[in-house]
Design a protein. Structure first.
Length: 468
């Protein structure tokens, strides 16, 4: 298994002249511990690992603010020689003893030669409500998601297909045979997902029942976690709201529709907990008039996606054989799973040091409702993304968005081969609306920023204007 985050840590963080202690943030079971252990191996670092969930008494080794004293304590406790320049200190499950995070300041200031990483599965709770002094400006963050589709290809041993995506140029024609291969692997990814334990087992056994078992075990793990942060909310209520998310993919989230017998405030509170635990992710409504997209939020409009497409699929009872026989991904679960997987992949293309955030556009005007599935920032531009089936599909909302916002570049994600087209339509004001439409198959999503740059080139070779 290969993770792009490993390349970032190896090539950027660990060799940085101004390296800061690193805090890895991500949901439980996305591979945080594996990532640090693999980094130590690749960089020939001796790993000093403390897991505070397994050994909470290890907290007493860190009572001093002197890194040298802490390292002497660790050396004695672990019976391990600590050669500072050649070691990596890994503090795992720090949410158990969050005050440890305050100690990172002293390592940064007084022992910068030592590489230090901390991680925890419920860190967002700690970081929001901490009572200790966080070492602001003295730590870095890395946000880890489940495996992306490209990482899934590598796990499946498809290095040449991976390289093909990295080097694809927008003017190229993808042969039908290669397109079919990519489409088949992508359908596989929808059902298997990107949780490392699931992917590793799938690569070894190719067993759908075993895959479903591991996925259900993961869902049970998240349910068990509820007892740690649910407070007075019943486990059944937490579970019901968690499992409502796959069923409401692609829809505006309305608290009252989850269960009419539940108080809306309770649903709101539980959803906030699930977002903090990164079991689900909010897609915030934005007016999308400019950047940053977060500056024009529409608070009453938001959708939710699940942590992982594989977990969503097993929760929905989707069948592997049926999905492989369907040509259009948008026909699966009425297209909702397509929005799930696109949102999930969009989260993986943010720089690792930036917390991913998703947005969509909703126009709620009497007689003229419209919605764009996702809007992203590309440089200083706002780019709308429509997730559609077939080679055309209805693009009325996209045409309206391009007219209102006066944009000249848009993206459509579908199951067809890639293309770039000049679009001309008559808008609502009876004026011509013209823009460039970059159509990408689902499997090219991770290349979206590179291909958007290419599509703006004067030599991108768009087809003549097409009325739609």
């Amino acid at each position: 298994m290969h993770r792009k985050a490993l390349d970032y840590l190896k090539d950027n963080w660990i060799s940085s002249a101004d390296r800061k202690p690193l805090i890895i943030r991500g949901a439980r079971q996305v591979g945080k511990t594996w990532l640090v252990r693999k980094l130590a191996t690749l960089c020939n670092k001796s790993l000093i690992e403390i897991n505070f969930e397994k050994d909470p008494q290890a907290y007493t080794l860190f009572t001093s603010n002197d890194p040298q004293q802490i390292l002497r304590n660790l050396s004695a406790f672990l019976n391990q020689t600590i050669d500072i320049p050649n070691c990596l200190l890994f503090l795992d499950e720090v949410q158990v003893v969050p005050d440890i995070l305050a100690k990172l300041r002293w390592f940064y200031e007084n022992c910068p030669e030592l590489a230090v990483i901390s991680a925890g599965s419920l860190l967002d709770f700690v970081l929001e409500d901490h009572t200790f002094s966080m070492p602001v400006g003295r730590v870095s963050y890395l946000h880890l998601e489940p495996l992306s589709f490209e990482e899934f290809l590598l796990a499946r041993g498809q290095e040449r297909l991976y390289d093909y995506l990295q080097n694809f140029q927008i003017e190229e024609v993808i042969p039908d045979a290669i397109h079919a291969q990519f489409s088949s692997f992508f359908k596989e990814y929808i059902l298997v997902g990107g949780m490392p334990a699931v992917v590793i087992n799938w690569v070894k056994e190719q067993s759908i029942p075993r895959t479903h078992q591991i996925q259900n075990d993961l869902l049970s793990t998240y349910r068990d976690d509820f007892a740690k942060y649910g407070g007075r909310i019943s486990i059944n209520t937490l579970d019901e709201i968690m499992m409502s998310i796959p069923k409401r993919l692609g829809q505006k989230y309305v608290y009252s529709k989850v269960n009419p017998s539940l108080n809306s405030q309770t649903v709101k509170q539980v959803l906030s907990l699930l977002n903090k635990a990164r079991i689900c992710h909010r897609i915030s409504g934005s007016s999308a008039g400019g950047i940053p997209l977060s500056s024009e939020l529409k608070e009453k409009y938001f959708k939710e996606i699940f942590l992982d497409t594989g977990l969503s699929s097993v929760a929905l009872g989707l069948n592997y054989i049926d999905i492989q026989s369907i040509n259009e991904l948008n026909l699966i679960n009425n297209g909702a799973i397509s929005e799930q997987v696109v949102g999930q992949i969009l989260r993986t293309i943010f720089p690792f040091y930036v917390e991913p955030a998703l947005y969509y556009w909703q126009r709620d005007v009497s007689g003229s409702n419209a919605e764009i599935d996702y809007v992203i920032q590309h440089g200083n531009q706002v780019i709308p993304i429509e997730v559609k089936s077939g080679s055309t599909g209805s693009l009325k909302s996209l045409h309206l968005f391009m007219e209102i916002k006066k944009k000249d570049l848009a993206v459509r994600i579908n199951s067809e081969s890639p293309s770039i087209t000049n679009v001309e339509v008559i808008g609502s004001q009876k004026q011509t609306v013209a823009y460039t439409l970059l159509s990408l198959p689902f499997y090219l999503m991770e290349q979206i920023h590179r291909l958007l740059n290419l599509s703006k080139s004067p030599n991108h070779g768009t087809s003549p204007p097409v009325p739609m």
